[in-house]
Design a protein around this ligand. Structure first.
Ligand code: FES
Length: 143
């Protein structure tokens, strides 16, 4: 399985790929920050450059093909969304300032997942996310 991440905040753009099998990170700096364990994605937030190098927050990171978007709103504050577009199921994979864009037909969403424009009939599905300040790890429940 391949998990990639893409983030853009103002002029900042980060794009990497990672490979994992269930529960076992197979790669590779900085991609071993992300691993999938069943329906849970674990992210070592201290190793995601888009967040650690960000001059200001919030910053959204898209993890593909886990179809997951994570927004870091503050040092210890994260939220997660499904990256599956409710229009026709494409991956919402573009972050433009504080908007999330679907490349297929142009739907746009804010960082809360609310639909802003385009043919999507609704917003992005929120996902449960739990952050541990002690470990710096974020757990996101995919379903
Ligand atoms: S699939 Fe996203 S706008 Fe159509």
């Amino acid at each position: 399985m391949r998990i990639g991440l893409l983030a853009l905040s103002g002029p900042l753009l980060a794009c990497t790929d990672a490979s994992t099998v269930a529960g076992v990170p197979l790669t590779t700096s900085p991609d071993d920050a992300v691993r999938r364990i069943g329906d849970v994605v674990e992210i070592d937030t201290t190793r995601v450059p888009a967040w650690t190098a960000a001059a200001s927050l919030p910053v959204a990171v898209v993890f593909l093909p886990a179809r997951l978007i994570v927004v870091r709103r503050d040092r210890d504050q994260f939220s997660a969304l499904s990256a599956e577009c409710p229009h026709a199921g494409c991956g919402v994979s573009i972050v433009e300032r504080t908007r999330l864009l679907c490349p297929c037909h142009g739907s746009a969403f804010d960082f809360a997942g609310t639909r802003l424009e385009g043919p999507a009939p609704s917003g992005l599905q929120p996902l449960a996310a739990t952050f541990s300040r002690a470990t710096g790890r974020l757990l996101v429940q995919l379903v």
